[in-house]
Design a protein around this ligand. Sequence first.
Ligand code: CTP
Length: 398
Amino acid sequence: MLKNKNIILGVCGSIAAYKSAFLVRLLVKAGANVKVILTPDGANFITPLTLATLSKNPVYTQYFEEETGVWSNHVELGLWADLIIIAPISANTLAKLATGICDNLLTAIYLSAKCPVYVAPAMDLDMWKHESTQNNIEKISSYGNTVISPGSGELASGLYGEGRMAEPEDIITFLEQILKESLPLYGKNVMVTAGPTYEAIDPVRFIGNHSSGKMGFALANELAKLGANITLITGPTALKASTELKRIDVVSADEMLNACSSIFPEIDITVMCAAVADYRPKVVATEKIKKNDNELLLELEKTVDILASLGREKKANQILVGFALETNDEENYAKGKLEKKNLDLVILNSLNDKGAGFKSDTNKITIFNKALERTVFEMKSKTEVAKDICAAILNISK
Ligand code: CTP
């Protein structure tokens, strides 16, 4: 959740400033870009060198660094940040945030920033309990800032009670949970199918197709980034899925049907990307077929159209997305599938577009919604195509 996020960590004058070193380490480990702003008093508790080394970035304390002659632009820093954490925040800085006092770099950045701000107070029990501190907490919360409540325990003053800054590990868990909950598909159960199916002829042969699974895997990854709980049901493929995804491996159309149908009632959004075999051998030979004859005739029977059967079961609050891979009269066939299979979106790939379809790393799609409105996209990488499909899904899931 914190990967590649730009984070400003403000550190104020409090003994808990030593914990900010651990916090920086954990943020950097989680993949965040961290810039630390020390208040002048904060610099009495922890050295800029420690925080600069851990964050791998210069530490800022003043607008104007006399030694270097560098002016730190608070507006730029504020706009750079995806989120600001002030941990520890002292009673003094808390009061400044509540009243808009802006007498150092950190408070100026706070006023310039447009991103979410989280504060983790640390102070002595009596300072924390004081009415003015509690009023300031209420005030800054009413501005939309989030307070990460202090814990109870032995305080540096020797008193025992509330006022200890939340532990760095707990701050990270808190931030990750809040970021997760803010994702648009948080809490949604999403099923994605991918890859080919193999229909056995005998113990060593099968009917299959060239699907690599790349489009379905890319979709599962992008939907997961939007906060959904993903179940990826995939036919045979060499691709590896991220460990965050629940993966169910199947071989035949029948196995895919069973896997999909058993979880469909709990699913909010289904994207059927798999290239499911339309026909399978009517009889599967139990022994390897010998080449005794000049000709071999295989009798095939239709498999169940999984997408169409889910379309019949679909409830009003479920979203169903299907693909249409066509070679001629593409748009009419795609629109026909949308209506016949009761879909909310159909994604058309034409095999006439070079670089679209099986195996390649690119795809070119056209999306039709229920109103048969058409959106045509350029040729893109499958990851970018997956993002376009996600955007179309978000558009109808509002
Ligand atoms: N599909 C499915 N079960 C099948 C066949 C297809 O769920 N037995 C799904 C695919 O996952 C895809 C959509 O149906 O989302 C369309 O697949 P496609 O092969 O383009 O079309 P078909 O419906 O099979 O029709 P046709 O082969 O006649 O074009």
